[in-house]
Design a protein around this ligand. Structure first.
Ligand code: HEC
Length: 187
C-alpha cells in the first residue's frame, strides 16, 4: 500500500515537473557560457567609431597560407624574378597533366593549344595583339622564374593581363612544367 502511494506521488511529480510553459523557459543550473554576450557579426556596435561590429582587417594583413608576391611589373623585377625563382616541382606526369588542364583553360585561348601563338581569340580577331609563341627560342631561353612572373603580373607592355588572382602559385609552376615538356619544337 505504502509502495503504491509513493509510486503515485512520483508519477504526479514527474508529470508536473516537465510541464511546458511559454512564459517560463525553466531554470538553468550554472549556465556559464551558454548565453554569449558577444556582439553578433553583422550587428551594430557602440564600441567602434563607425558602429560596425565586423571591422576591416588591419592594413597589411596577410591571409594565412598566402605569401605576397615580392616583385613589381617592371623590367628589372622580371629579370630579378627570373634569377630568384626556380620551379619547385620535379618533372612528373601528374603535375604535367594538371599543367595541361590549367594551360588549356587559361592560356590556350590566346597562345593556342600547341603554344604556337594562334589561339582562337587571336585567329578569330577578338584579341588583336599577337600572343607570343611559347614554343620558340625566345621563350625557351627565358628562365622559368620570368614566365612565372609574367603569368602572375602580366606582360611588361600590359597586352597580356595578370593571372595571379586566378591561378594558384603551384598551378603556375605546373603550367610551366607543361610548357617546358611539351612545347619544345622551334618554329
Ligand atoms: C588574353 C590573351 C592572353 C592570355 C589569356 C595569355 N596570354 Fe600570354 N601573352 C599574350 C600576349 C598578347 C603576349 C605578348 C605581350 C607582350 O609582348 O607584351 C603574351 C606574352 C606571353 C609570354 C612572353 C612574356 C615576355 O616576357 O615576353 C609568356 C611566357 C606568356 N605570354 C605566357 C602565358 C601563359 C603561361 C598564359 C596562361 C597562364 C598566358 N600567357 C595567357 C596574350 C595572352
Amino acid at each position: 500500500m505504502v509502495f503504491r502511494k509513493a509510486l503515485a506521488i512520483m508519477m504526479l511529480l514527474a508529470a508536473f515537473s516537465c510541464r511546458h510553459s511559454e512564459n517560463h523557459p525553466g531554470w538553468a543550473y550554472m549556465p556559464d557560457m551558454a548565453y554569449s554576450e558577444a556582439y553578433e557579426t553583422y550587428t551594430e556596435n557602440p564600441n567602434f567609431a563607425d558602429s560596425i561590429t565586423q571591422q576591416m582587417p588591419v592594413e597589411g594583413t596577410v591571409p594565412a597560407g598566402i605569401i605576397p608576391y615580392q616583385y613589381k611589373r617592371t623590367f628589372e623585377d622580371q629579370v630579378r624574378a627570373g634569377l630568384d625563382l626556380t620551379n619547385p616541382l620535379d618533372v612528373n606526369e601528374t603535375d604535367i597533366s594538371t599543367g595541361k588542364l590549367q594551360y588549356d583553360i587559361y592560356c590556350a585561348l590566346c597562345h593556342g593549344i600547341s603554344g604556337g601563338g594562334d589561339g582562337n581569340l587571336y585567329t578569330g580577331n577578338l584579341f588583336t595583339a599577337k600572343p607570343r609563341a611559347l614554343n620558340d627560342n625566345y621563350v625557351k631561353d627565358k628562365p622559368d622564374g620570368e614566365i612565372f612572373h609574367v603569368i602572375t603580373l602580366g606582360s611588361l607592355s600590359g597586352l597580356m593581363g595578370p593571372h595571379g588572382a586566378q591561378i594558384s602559385p603551384e598551378n603556375r609552376w605546373k603550367i610551366i612544367l607543361y610548357i617546358r615538356n611539351n612545347f619544345k619544337e622551334s618554329l
